[in-house]
Design a protein around this ligand. Structure first.
Ligand code: AMP
Ligand code: ZN
Length: 115
């Protein structure tokens, strides 16, 4: 089986497993994180499988992903007060799902440094 074939986020993108989808457009998808770490905690993914930032060869996709996260922050009402976009990469970065995704967190003040 290909990596994409067993990938939980590919299955969400294909509608094969349930998720609370917030927005889908232009090859991007935003849905609620199953284990929210803030009042608003969304994941933004390209619907085509890319394992991690290290494997993201297409700068256009990365730009669209970031713009999509910015738009979703505006549309969910967290942009003015502020929010955090997180991209965990590989084990030391805290990545547990190996399909490229941005976390969009907001609705409370964030702390720094991260753990
Ligand atoms: P990361 O640790 O950066 O790879 O983040 C993976 C995120 O995916 C975690 O915050 C999980 O809570 C979230 N997650 C895992 N499975 C699902 C799922 N089926 N639906 C929604 N979020 C999920
Ligand atoms: Zn995938």
């Amino acid at each position: 089986m290909s990596p994409a074939g067993s990938c939980v986020f590919c299955k969400i993108a294909a509608g094969e497993i349930p998720a609370t989808v917030v927005k889908r457009a232009d090859g991007m998808l935003a849905f609620k994180d199953l284990s929210p770490q803030a009042p608003t905690h969304l994941l933004v993914i390209p619907t085509t499988h890319v394992s991690s930032l290290n494997d993201a060869k297409d700068a256009g996709t990365l730009g669209k992903l970031l713009a999509f996260a910015r738009d979703i922050a505006q549309e969910t009402g967290i942009a003015t007060k502020g929010y955090r976009v997180v991209l965990n990469t590989n084990p030391d970065g805290g990545q547990t799902v190996f399909h490229l995704h941005l976390h969009v967190l907001g609705g409370r003040p964030m702390h720094w440094p991260p753990g």
